[in-house]
Design a protein around this ligand. Sequence first.
Ligand code: SAM
Length: 212
Amino acid sequence: MENNHSKKHRVWYLSDGNPTQEERIKEYDNFCSTYEKVLGEEGWQSPYVCAETIGSYITGNRDKVEILDLGVGTGLVGKRLHELGFRTFDGIDPSQGMLTLAKQKRIYRNLYCQLFTSEPTNIKEGSYDAICISGAFGKGDIPEDSVYEMIRLGKSGCLICFVGRTVAFELLLPLLETLEKNKQLKKEEITETQKYRKNVPALIIVYRIIKD
Ligand SMILES: C[S@@+](CC[C@H](N)C(=O)[O-])C[C@H]1O[C@@H](n2cnc3c(N)ncnc32)[C@H](O)[C@@H]1O
């Protein structure tokens, strides 16, 4: 049984401990079976906030919307999206343990076991209406330059919704501004939220992909 100290240490290690990519994937694999319980005790609201933000922008025809969930973990974003009436989600995550639990929710169309980076995936260009990234961006997780691959995968008008710790977005925000100047993205909102994890300052960032 994991005690409180080791649970907190695990959350710290993944957030701020700077493990290598391999160590990080291994740690998520070890963590997956207790992830929802441990994060629940830490007041984990990020996946719900991410799904509800998407829901606030897409109010009609939710069953027709195609969504990509990056850093899908155990599938908590999809679970909430499904409750909100969305039906078609794909997920990407390098941790097979996490993906196995996401698969058990029986709501994801495709689950891909891979790192999401700036490298092109095998997914067809212009596939999605929305892309969600909850608690999986920056600081060793999904890297900033992967935004170019997100833009390739989105349809014109696709929403990209990031929910994460404010510190995770230091390098992302100036890149998003540049992409807005280049008319590849349009800012919808950058909102501070207390609803991420207990006592952790966080942001909701929503941009829309522009393609002509
Ligand atoms: C804190 S969990 C968040 C899971 C889920 N989105 C949620 O809100 O509960 C972070 C997840 O991101 C995944 N991850 C880390 N780096 C990644 C990358 N480059 N591409 C895709 N997923 C990544 C991890 O394996 C882990 O499952």
